[in-house]
Structure formats: C-alpha cells, structure tokens
Design a protein around this ligand. Structure first.
Ligand code: 5AD
Ligand code: SF4
Length: 499
C-alpha cells in the first residue's frame, strides 16, 4: 500500500481513529494505549502534553510502561549529540517488540524527522518505524495514525515531514504532566540562526500565536488549579515581530503579553523562557520590575563572554551589552536571579576567548548555569569550521568553567540560609519519600522535610478545616520553608507553614 498523501480535514482523521479505537476496545476488552518518550526542551515537553491530550481525545489511554503501549511515540531532540544517541538506543530496543503484535506502532516526532540526514538515517536504519512528523506538527498526528493503520501487509513508513503543518485548531487538547504548572507555548520556531544551532532548521521560522488564545489558555489553566504558568518559545522577546512585519501593527509585544497574564487573579508565579539578550527590551525590564507575579528570575543565555566569539556565533550582542542588561535587570528587580547557558569549545575558541567568558562570569556571578561542550551539528555553518583546541584542552576548560560556576551557585544559594522562603511544591523527592521538593519564586530547587504538627507554632499547625497542615501538603501547595542548608544546586529546609 502506498502512502497516498491526500490530505483530508483533521476532523475526518479524528473520527476515523476514534471509531477504530472504539472497535479495538470492544474486540480486545481493553483500550488502545500510548506511551510518549520526550527528549530535549520545554517546547518538546509541551508538544508531548498536547500529543497526549489529542491521543486521549481520540480514545487512547496512557500506558505506564513503554512495552505495554500499543502506540509508542518518540519526541526527539537534536540540539546536541548525546540526545541523538540516547534516542537511537531506545529505538533499536523496540525492533522485536514492534514485530510481536500487529496493532503496535512507532512514531517519531520532534526535531529529528524533518532534517534530511536524520530523516534518511531513521528510514534506512529503523525500517520498522510507522510514521514521522515534523516538530510541533501535533495536528497531523491523527492523520499519521490513520495512514499508518493496517500494517499487516507490506510495511511502509508514513512520512508527513514534507506536508504543511496542520493548523486548523488554534488550541489542541492538552494533558498536562503537572497539576500546578502549565507550560504554554507562545510562539514556535526561531529566526536567529546562531551558527552552532540546529533549532531554526528543525523548527522553522518564528510564528507567534494569537494573544487572545494564549490568554484564554492561561486563564483556563489557572481555573483548573495551576499556580504557575511558564510561557515558552525559543526567543520569547521577539514575540509578535513576525506579525508586526506583516502589517499587524497592533499585535502586542512580549512585555504587553506578560503584563496581561501577570494580572490573572490567583496566579502565583509567571515564568517565561528563553530570552535572547539582543531582544531584551527596556519595556520588558520595566514590566519585570513592576509585577510581583512575574518570577524574579531570568534565563538569559550568554553562550560566550568573548565579543569576538559572539560575533562568530552570530549572537548579535557584545559582552558589554550583556553586562549592561544584567545591571538594568538588577536595578529594576534587585532580588532577581540570573541563569544562563554557556558553550565551551566553539570552533576557534582561544584561551583568551575562554578567559573572557570566565571574566564575564566573575562580573555577573550567575546564580545558575547550564554548561555545554560544543557539539557540531551537521547543516549548521559552525560544523564546517576548524577546531583549533584539542579535546583534552576543551575538557579542561569545561571543568574550569564548572568549578567557577559551582562557586557562584553556592555563594548565591548561601544568601538564602536561615531565611523563610516561599516554595511551590512539585511533589515528593524521587530519592526520599519523606522529603518534599519544590521551587522558589526565583527558581531555586528546594528539598524540605515536614516535622510533626506538635513542633509547629500553634496558629500554623491546623487548617481552617481542622486538618493537621503537615498531612495536607502535596503537589501545588504553597508553603513557607526555613532554609537550613545551602548546596550548589539546591537548598534544604524545614517546613514552617502553609501559605
Ligand atoms: N553544541 C553545544 N551546545 C549547544 N546549544 C545549542 N546548540 C548547541 C551545540 N551545537 C546550547 C546553547 C543553547 C542551549 C539550549 O543549548 O547553549 O542555549
Ligand atoms: Fe538556537 Fe540561537 Fe535560536 Fe536559541 S536563538 S534556538 S541558540 S538559533
């Protein structure tokens, strides 16, 4: 059977798959199930949540283990090489599993399938894959499922990566991973073409979503109990540029959108990422300074502290400009924490360039940093450039960078010692059932223990309904924690009271 590529309306595919899922349920006396394995960034996390919402809308149920599912979907990342390798390992393991039952299917979406080299490699090496979808093209998932059905004869791969994105619905159903935190995508794609980065090739050009749809999604999330909203996009600061360029002069800026959402009653924390230093406007800094609900934290990727290297990276700002932004942000919101991304070993990085990065880190003192060793991505300009430092030198630079950042992270966390701080609880710690985890408004990770009510001050020991407060703490609780220990990547503390 050929992959015919005759595109019907999304509602047609939805109806067909729903009917097929119902028939399966009746015949097999169990629902058709799915499992999504996600790699990479928040954008992928959100795309997986939407895929899950859509699959449940189609009548499928989540399986708790990958091997127990009928439909397995990998949402892939290709930003650095180690994400590729982990994914290919998983895919290889499913070959026998796929052949065992005829309703089983494997789909691959996210940043890999749309890129020529990965697309070919996937098809050649893993011919038992059933369908391929572009990053962010969840709207075509029902079609992919429909066209890849009935694989009992000759197997074929439904490749929808050459098809236009299915955009019929402004909002697709979403099944959120977390009750207390809602990820909301405000735009897709990236126009920046940093010379090391694959994202613009994998996700296409910037496209901003309708502000009214975003605000309605944010309001609905809060109505459903979310305390925290995270607005996501590769470069949120350029929100609306694409629309304004096309003549929609009234389309709001990111600062205006943020301001609007910050005023939703009952929202506790409004987060956003990622900010590009070249587009962080004074208007935005002013809004960050004005609204309590907006997190006192900004993720502002530096990549390098050498202006010479920033130019080669096509970042379009200088080290001085970056420092200027830090000063403005701290003036507008003195308690703000700043996190960053830094790449070590970019082609042509000299010891002098590297020292400029260390110097800028000393000048800023980042509260947290994600540090990466440069990974050549085929198809990007930098992948063609010569590397003058050896692997050993790069590794050594990486460790020096990490040591310096660890010192700064610890210094930053020490400022919280003995203080009582707001924590939004995300759940119990993975390693210790007795310990809860959560995040502060300025995005620090906190692990805290809960004493017996008898050890709490009387007025804080019971809720208005007479329950011991220590028994009602769960995901989404807002609590005050007394910090007892500051570590490099987290704080430890003791629960004081509910907020
Ligand atoms: N190699 C190493 N790090 C990279 N990043 C993006 N592309 C690469 C690459 N090719 C890092 C950048 C970016 C973060 C999400 O990943 O620091 O900000
Ligand atoms: Fe990649 Fe640069 Fe776009 Fe970020 S801004 S996604 S690093 S191209």
């Amino acid at each position: 059977m050929e992959n015919k590529k005759e595109n019907k309306n999304i509602d047609f595919y939805i109806e067909e798959i729903r009917t097929a899922a119902e028939e399966f349920h009746i015949n097999e006396t169990r629902p058709l199930s799915y499992f999504i394995r996600t790699f990479g960034c928040q954008q992928n996390d959100n795309d997986s949540e939407i895929s899950a919402g859509l699959l449940e809308h189609l009548g499928l149920e989540a399986a708790s283990q990958i091997e127990e599912a009928d439909i397995v979907i990998f949402n892939t990342c290709s930003v650095r090489e180690n994400a590729d390798r982990r994914f290919y390992g998983h895919l290889g393991n499913l070959k026998t599993w796929r052949s065992e039952e005829k309703q089983r299917r494997i789909g691959v979406m996210g940043c890999m399938p749309g890129q020529g080299t990965h697309n070919k490699h996937l098809k050649d090496t893993f011919p038992y894959i059933d369908f391929l979808l572009n990053a962010g093209d969840m709207g075509n998932l029902p079609r992919a499922l429909y066209e890849s059905r009935d694989q009992s004869g000759k197997h074929f791969i439904v490749d929808l990566t050459d098809q236009p994105k299915e955009m019929t619905y402004p909002s697709l159903p979403v099944k959120r991973e977390s009750r207390h935190r809602a990820l909301i995508s405000i735009m897709s794609g990236c126009n920046n073409f940093c010379t090391y980065c694959i994202v613009p090739y994998a996700r296409g050009r910037e496209s901003s979503r309708d502000p009214q749809v975003i605000i309605a999604e944010a309001q609905a999330a809060v109505d459903n109990g979310a305390k925290e909203i995270m607005l996501i996009g590769q470069n949120v600061n350029s929100y609306g540029n694409d629309k304004r360029r096309k003549g929609e002069s009234g389309f709001p800026s990111f600062a205006q959108l943020l301001k609007e959402i910050a005023q939703i009653p009952d929202l506790s924390v409004l987060r956003y990422m990622t900010s590009h230093p070249k587009d962080l406007s004074d208007e935005l800094i002013e809004v960050i300074g004005q609204y309590e609900t907006i997190e006192p934290h900004v993720h502002l990727p530096l990549q390098s502290g050498s202006t010479r290297l920033l130019k080669k990276m096509n970042r379009r700002y200088t080290a001085e400009h970056y420092l200027g932004l830090v000063q403005k942000l701290r003036a507008a919101r003195p308690e703000i924490t700043i996190s960053t991304d830094i790449i070590v070993g970019f082609p042509g990085e000299t010891e002098e360039d590297f020292e400029a990065t260390l110097g800028l880190m000393e000048a800023v003192k980042f509260d947290r940093a994600f540090t990466f060793i440069y990974s050549p991505r085929s198809g990007t300009p930098a992948a063609e450039w010569e590397q003058n430092a050896s692997d050993v030198e790069i590794q050594e630079r990486f460790e020096r960078l990490l040591d310096l950042q660890n010192t700064h992270s610890l210094e930053s966390n020490k400022t919280c010692l003995d203080k009582s701080i707001y924590v939004l609880v995300s759940g119990r710690s993975k390693t210790d059932e007795e310990v809860f985890s959560g995040r502060t408004k300025d995005d620090r990770l906190v692990n805290f223990s809960v004493p017996d009510v008898s050890q709490l001050e009387n007025e804080y020991a019971y809720t208005a309904r007479g329950e011991a407060v220590t028994t009602v703490i769960s995901e989404g609780s807002e609590v005050l924690v007394k910090v007892t220990k500051s570590k490099t990547t987290s704080l430890e503390g003791v629960f004081e009271r509910l907020l």
